[in-house]
Write a protein that binds this ligand. Structure first.
Ligand SMILES: [Zn+2]
Length: 137
């Protein structure tokens, strides 16, 4: 099936999708950290795999994975057009995620991956509270 975008157009679209997503998901997490008095996080910290949030002192990293790009099995991830292209692309992303996590764990980082569609307070509390709190206090 013919692709409607040129290569350059597509990467531009992807960059825009990515950056607008990052903004809203990062804001949700920052709000959560503030509400729960969680400190010590950094954004844009230079680390393998570019985690969304890094806690350099406690060696925690958090990735927020976009459901589409990382192949979450939820309602957000059903590519209809160019299915073959996306399936391949998402497969590569997932493989890359596994490699990144492996590498970080080898270097004693604690890796938490959160799905974009589950970024609510309940989920964040459940997934992050113990990890981040116990080491903070
Ligand atoms: Zn999802």
């Amino acid at each position: 099936m013919a692709d409607v975008f040129t290569k350059e157009q597509r990467s531009l679209v992807m960059r825009q999708v990515k950056s607008s997503r990052n903004k809203s998901t990062e804001l949700k997490l920052i709000q959560f950290f503030k509400t729960n008095h969680i400190k010590g996080w950094r954004r844009n910290f230079k680390l393998f795999g570019k985690p969304d949030f890094v806690f350099p002192i406690t060696k925690n990293v958090i990735f927020v994975d976009g459901c589409f790009w990382h192949g979450h099995n939820c309602r957000n991830t059903k590519p209809k057009d160019n299915k073959k292209y996306w399936t391949q692309k998402i497969k590569r992303n997932k493989q890359r995620d596994i490699e990144v996590a492996k590498h970080l764990k080898l270097n004693r980082w604690t890796v938490t991956r959160l799905w974009e569609c589950r970024l609510n307070t309940k989920e964040l509390t459940k997934r992050l509270r113990e990890k981040l709190y116990m080491e903070q206090s």
